[in-house]
Design a protein around this ligand. Sequence first.
Ligand code: ZN
Length: 143
Amino acid sequence: MFKFFIRRRVRRKKSILAGFGRRNYLKYKEPARELILRRVEYFNSIYNFSYGRISVRNQRSRWGSCSKRGNLNFNYKIVLIPEKLADYIIVHELCHLKEFNHSKNFWALVAKTFPDYKKIKQDLRNPEIFHTPPLNLKGRGVV
Ligand SMILES: [Zn+2]
């Protein structure tokens, strides 16, 4: 029992995506959707993969995912972080359309757009990346 409690606490502490509440989701999901659709379209003009539905979700542990059917899911909190990090998440999921794994080939595809992806992955673990309200929605053409 005690052990279980400790483990849960540790895991919860680890996710920087937890604790934003439903209100922020309702407030930012549409701006997030606009940003995501626009950036998916832009980056896919480089990669030219085919994809299915794009969903925006309120998740506590993932930035995004790609299903075997080619549907892409993104966390709305993407709109609360710096543009480069948001773009990396979009490129990461796009590349899963071609490579459904984290193989060497997958990272080579990501590196075409982000040669410094290792540094970006590190930055994404830092809770200080979030800005609420978003600092640069205007600059991203969302508002
Ligand atoms: Zn991945």
